[in-house]
Write a protein that binds this ligand. Structure first.
Ligand SMILES: Nc1ncnc2c1ncn2[C@@H]1O[C@H](COP(=O)(O)OP(=O)(O)OP(=O)(O)O)[C@@H](O)[C@H]1O
Ligand SMILES: [Mg+2]
Length: 340
């Protein structure tokens, strides 16, 4: 890759990837977990591992950092297999892909100064969305290939993993990032990217992201894309109550209410781009289970379309009005489908 294309690649990269911790030292806020893992690396004898905890707390980054420290950046390409269980959650993927990789014998690695222990690592990300049959098949594979392979099973909810797998793994809990750690990490990124901001902005970001570092970094990057070289202000973050007002106007199915809520939103001076990220968290992730799957899917389509229109420079007021009215229509339409 020449210099120009690598610069373009870096510029278009999401900051959450660009600033993914490369080593265990770089992982913030998981001191106890990292300390135990570091000891395991020194002993070279990795157990099967189960990482669990909320999104954006460093689970995937940690296993990749371990692999890099054991094998080095080159060897890890052939020694580590990352499978995203929720893309391919059936029993077939476990039988075929895992078996094929686990069975292949390891060639002679170029050690390059790395210890390169004689086993491979299979990372099964988002394992809590695997079926029980697939998990049962995995249990068997873990036993059959334990001399040549270590599994790292990653999930948000440990209770969704079957007991025989849990008991075969060393368990590591990842906790939500505390405000201080999350803020320092954001500060580091702001310094590197030359972002200028009001001092309260980082506190606000950390509060909105609620311990999810990926989300905090994504919001920061969105804010930067809106403000560019100007000072980012706390006005960027939309209070939950304001978003709820828009959602409730959609749920009321009254165009007057929608018009009123949207005008109020616009007059308050919030950014439409930020509304998209935050409304998505309210609706698509929907912690209170207010919306059905069909409703969420339809609303996700509206959000995606609005994102494109805003990027093309369309009028913000009209776009938000369109979004809320379309959401309202979709809720009504899918309510009718459900009751039919
Ligand atoms: N503990 C952490 N220290 C530093 N950066 C972090 C940490 N946790 C998350 N991040 C940032 O968030 C991004 C996503 O982290 P990662 O993929 O490791 O999260 P995860 O715990 O695997 O989340 P998920 O459950 O959603 O898969 C990283 O690329 C990094 O920029
Ligand atoms: Mg992950």
């Amino acid at each position: 890759m020449n210099h120009t294309s690598s610069t373009i690649h870096e510029a278009s990269q999401p900051w959450s990837e660009k600033y993914r911790p490369r080593s265990l030292d770089d992982i913030s806020a998981q001191e106890e977990t990292v300390a135990v893992l570091r000891k395991t690396i020194v002993s070279q004898n990795l157990p099967h591992m189960l990482f669990y905890g909320p999104p954006g707390t460093g689970k995937t980054s940690t296993i990749l950092a371990i692999a890099r420290e054991l094998y080095g950046p080159e060897n890890m390409k052939i020694r580590v297999k990352e499978l995203n269980a929720s893309d391919d959650r059936g029993i077939d993927v476990i039988r075929q892909k895992v078996k094929k990789f686990a069975r292949n014998t390891i060639g002679n690695p170029i050690s390059d100064g790395y210890s390169c222990p004689p086993y491979k690592i299979i990372i099964l990300d988002e394992a809590d969305s695997m079926t029980h049959e697939a998990q049962a098949a995995l249990r068997r594979l873990m036993e059959d290939y334990s001399t040549t392979t270590r599994f790292c099973i990653i999930c948000n909810y440990v209770t969704r993993i079957i007991e025989p797998i849990v008991s075969r793994c060393a368990q590591f809990r990842f906790k939500s990032l505390d405000n201080f750690s999350a803020k320092s990490r954001l500060q580091m990124i702001c310094d590197k990217e030359r972002v200028i901001y009001e001092p309260e902005v980082l506190d606000e970001l950390v509060k909105v992201a609620n311990g999810d570092m990926r989300m905090a970094i994504m919001y920061l990057q969105t804010a930067y894309s809106v403000y560019k070289d100007e000072v980012i202000t706390t006005k960027f973050f939309i209070p939950d109550a304001v978003i709820e007002e828009l959602i409730q106007s959609a749920q009321s199915h009254s165009f007057n209410n929608i018009e009123k809520a949207v005008s109020h939103f616009i007059l308050s001076g919030y950014s439409a781009v930020q509304l998209l990220s935050q409304i998505q968290d309210h609706i698509v992730y929907d912690n209170d289970n207010r919306f059905s799957n069909i409703q969420k899917a339809n609303m996700a389509i509206c959000i995606g379309e609005m994102d494109k229109c805003l990027a093309d420079g369309c009028d913000e007021h009209l776009q938000i009005l369109n979004l809320i009215a379309t959401i309202s229509k979709n809720i009504l339409f899918s309510e009718e489908m459900i009751t039919d």
